[in-house]
Design a protein around this ligand. Structure first.
Ligand code: ADP
Ligand code: ASP
Ligand code: MG
Length: 814
């Protein structure tokens, strides 16, 4: 004998029932079969809603019942030949009238008991199974319909009844032994108590019905036919790249389902496990797929864990108080109080100080729990030994499950590390002594993110997804987008990174798409985006709560730089090409560095100095390895270098500056380069990274620009420079006469920093610098005579974009 169970989606309509029929026909070629069916998909919910509405004296229950009737009538009409329809149709109508009579009664009384609820909801399975039985008979697949209420007996805990296995197994045995039929159609979910009243086995209970029957008849196999191709490594509604689990042990399946893998109802495993009956999870819509087999000794699959699951709508109850320490019996009384109210405890933790016990239960039992526990401890609360029960809401549990976890160290470390890096706060932790499960209580809002990061980190051949928010699409930003597009495949193949640009914004518009913006078409899409509002933009990034979120600032905007703290506090990494944050008052720079450490969210700004050159990275490496920076000398302005390398009096100074701007080497406002501010910012950042507490005012700037050039707007700046051509020519001639080059040099030594134009002779390390190159000389305890030199192109959109790109990739490897 084999037992096949078909869930709600599998029998949702005539088309699906035809698929079921084909599967049953195929199965009968092997052996006799018991087929257990759920109600037509969605009907259970509608029936329950009708009862609730009626009890609230809301007449709209009638419209709901109309839907129930129509769904069943339509299914019959679509399945059965006209000649055989009428008896089934009138039977359906008769059942629907009964439901309506019951609901009318509830409406009049304004009262709905658990017992009546079970009565109403049982019609779902009773009708679906009768329709399917009639259909199979009509198509020549001969079968008998048997009411499960005559086979499965329970206590009177309506809605969630417990099975009396002795009686049930006896009845099953009596009915099936000696029965020569080869196919039985049986409604799932429903059972009866000792007085014959209808009970139900809990939501999702048809799986359990099938398992009870399979165990009762010692079936060779139990097949659960549903709408997915087996158990998956995580809930496919939450994670997009789940993998199917071909083999899993009974215990693992039980843990996964207990912690929320809805694909199988938790009590289902128990009856078949004791008889070692294998359970197959199969897909009605893809019967050829292998599915999952649940068995005693599941093959190892190379992964430490088998799957990840989650339960939402959890509340944590905490019983605390100094009066609890060392006195036995407190936990017993707590659990007794909950058990008396039939409240299911999902997770328990107790601190070793015994000062508090923490219990996770379903949210809908929280009011009952509070009343029961406070009543049980009324005396202790009154005398101040314990506090009234504390309830925390909006929580969820995530659990890692796997038989092989016990032989591996570091699983929980990896789990909490992954969650921590993504800013997921953990409220409580439990690990069973079987080490088959580690569970953590977290905020409901974090569930999707948590499950996704855990899935990425534990199922290694999936790739890591980085969700990137980009502000600024000017010279650098647009190059960055082009590079990201171009490197997509490479990143995925070689670094196992999928960088998804989920938002692009400029000063006018902002665009979001959690599935990733089409980078070939971003300009048009951004044009159609919503109007930019800075705070809203930041709020959206924060509230999206996507895993591995990175914010890249490729603007020169100061208001945006003021928002980095809000992002880092949400564990969102910040990559800044914008120098303003790091060169703003020291307090803010320090705050950002501290937040980055606290929330484990990288804050990277390599392009702040020397564009794509590894200047800050090199400095950090020196310091990390224990070296000490004594002096820094640098030419840090690609713009000024370009200008002084190209200016020799043939073209005017203003023209050469304009050329630098046109070729994209300058800051959006070129005065920041020419006046030295940009270089001051850079040397300050290097000094700060070296551990110096330095402000802009502390830096000496020996500017070569006439004061009048720095007044007014950018246009005035060019006009004024033209007026002062002789000033610039003199500076040039003086240096040329001495056979020297002009370099705008930044220095940092003994806690002091300065910037200014200098004459450099040909023996100096700074002399041979061409085009827009930058050079930085680090003199350290280890590099004393010969400095460590970092030199190369230090400006330009393409190299800056690639520096930002490298920082983005770096955030992902943390
Ligand atoms: P049925 O109506 O057939 O009983 P259910 O809706 O009860 O089906 O269960 C199947 C659903 O369980 C799937 O559609 C899937 O969305 C969900 N599910 C949750 N976790 C998992 C998991 N780990 N593996 C497979 N499916 C899962
Ligand atoms: N129809 C019931 C429910 O939706 C039982 C089941 O489908 O397993 O919960
Ligand atoms: Mg189910």
């Amino acid at each position: 004998m084999q037992v096949l169970k078909f869930g709600g989606t599998s029998v949702a309509n005539a088309e699906n029932i035809q698929k079921v029929s084909a599967i049953v026909q195929q199965a009968l070629k092997k052996d006799k079969a018991i087929v257990v069916v759920s109600a037509l998909g969605g009907i259970t919910d509608i029936l329950l809603q009708s009862g609730e509405l009626a009890s609230q004296m809301d007449e709209s229950y009638k419209a709901k019942l109309y839907v129930v009737e129509q769904r069943h009538l339509e299914t019959v009409k679509a399945l059965l030949p006209v000649a055989q329809q009428s008896s089934v149709l009138s039977w359906v109508k008769k059942n629907c009238n009964e439901i309506e009579d019951i609901c009318n009664g509830i409406f009049l009384l304004g009262e709905l008991s658990a017992r009546t609820k079970d009565r109403i909801v049982s019609y779902g399975e009773l009708m679906s199974s009768q329709i399917i039985s009639s259909y199979l008979n009509a198509t020549g697949i001969s079968n008998v319909w048997k009411d499960s209420r005559e086979l499965i007996f329970t206590d009177s805990n309506f809605g969630y009844a417990s099975v009396d296995f002795a009686l049930t197994n006896k009845k099953i045995n009596q009915y099936f032994s000696g029965n020569n039929n080869s196919l039985f159609i049986i409604p799932g979910f429903v059972a009866s108590n000792e007085t014959g009243a209808t009970t139900t086995l809990g939501r999702g209970g048809s799986d359990y019905t099938a398992s009870i029957l399979a165990a009762g008849v010692y079936a060779d196999a139990l097949e659960i036919w549903t709408d997915v191709s087996g158990m998956m490594t995580a809930d496919p509604r939450l994670v997009s790249n789940v993998r199917q689990i071909p083999h899993i042990s009974y215990q693992e399946a039980m843990e996964l389902s207990h912690f929320g893998a809805k694909v199988i109802y938790p009590p289902t495993i128990h009856p078949v496990m004791s008889r070692k009956i294998p359970v197959w999870i199969k897909n009605t819509f893809a019967p050829q797929d292998y599915g999952t087999v649940i068995e005693s000794d599941a093959k190892e699959n190379g992964n430490i864990i088998r799957g990840i699951s989650s339960i939402n709508k959890i509340v944590l109850l905490s019983l605390e108080g100094s009066g609890m320490v060392g006195i036995p019996g407190f936990s017993k009384r707590l659990f007794e109080a909950l058990a008396n109210e039939k409240i299911n405890v999902i997770i328990i933790t107790q601190s070793s100080s015994e000062h508090s016990i923490c219990v996770g239960i379903e949210e809908n039992s929280s009011v009952k729990a509070k009343e029961a526990v406070d009543k049980a401890f009324a005396y202790e609360i009154q005398t101040g030994k314990v506090d009234p029960l504390i309830i925390e809401k909006n929580l969820a549990i995530v659990a890692l499950v796997g038989d092989h976890m016990k032989s591996h160290t570091g699983v929980s470390g990896k789990m909490f590390g992954s969650l921590g890096r993504n800013g997921v706060n953990i409220r409580a932790i439990a690990q069973g002594s079987s080490e088959r499960n580690i569970s953590a209580v977290i905020a409901s809002d974090d569930v999707r993110k948590a499950i996704n990061v855990l899935h990425e980190d534990f199922f290694e051949n999936t790739y890591k997804q980085v969700n990137l928010f980009i502000a600024g699409v000017g010279n650098v930003g647009s190059r960055l987008l082009a590079q990201l597009d171009q490197q997509k495949e490479y990143l995925q193949e070689h670094l196992r990174l999928q960088v998804r640009v989920v938002s692009i914004a400029n000063s006018r518009k902002m665009l979001f798409n959690d599935e990733g913006i089409d980078l070939k078409n971003w300009r048009q899409l951004l044009d159609q985006g919503e109007q930019m509002s800075l705070q809203r933009f930041i709020d959206i990034i924060r509230s999206k709560n996507l895993r591995n979120s990175v914010f890249a600032d490729v603007t020169a905007n100061s208001s945006l730089a003021e928002c980095y703290d809000q992002l880092l506090q949400k564990a969102i990494s910040v990559v800044a090409c914008n120098k303003i944050a790091c060169s703003s008052p020291y307090e803010y720079y320090k705050k950002l560095k501290d937040l980055s450490r606290e929330y484990n969210a990288p804050f990277l700004f390599e392009t702040n100095v020397g564009a794509g050159l590894p200047v800050i990275g090199t400095l950090n490496d020196l310091l990390r390895s224990g070296d000490k920076v004594n002096r820094i000398e640098a030419v840090l302005s690609g713009t000024l270098n370009f200008v002084f390398n190209n200016y020799n009096g043939e073209k005017s100074f203003a023209e050469v500056v304009k050329q630098a701007q046109d070729e994209g080497y300058t800051e959006p406002d070129p005065r920041l380069d020419l006046g030295g501010t940009d270089v001051m910012r850079k040397i300050m950042i290097l000094a700060r990274e070296s551990g110096e507490r330095l402000e802009m005012d502390d830096i000496e700037n020996r500017s070569f620009m006439p004061a009048s050039c720095m007044k007014g707007g950018v246009a005035d700046f060019y006009t004024e420079m033209a007026k002062h051509e002789s000033h610039f020519l003199n500076i040039y001639k003086e240096a040329a006469a001495a056979n020297m080059k002009l370099k705008f040099v930044a220095k940092y030594e003994n806690g002091k920093a300065s910037v200014g134009l200098q004459h450099i002779d040909s023996k100096n390390d700074l002399y041979h610098l061409y085009g827009k190159d930058n050079v930085v000389l680090f003199y350290t305890d280890r590099y004393t005579e010969q400095p460590l030199v970092v030199k190369g192109a230090g400006a330009g959109a393409e190299v800056t974009a690639s520096g930002v790109f490298a920082d983005i990739v770096r955030t992902a490897s943390v």
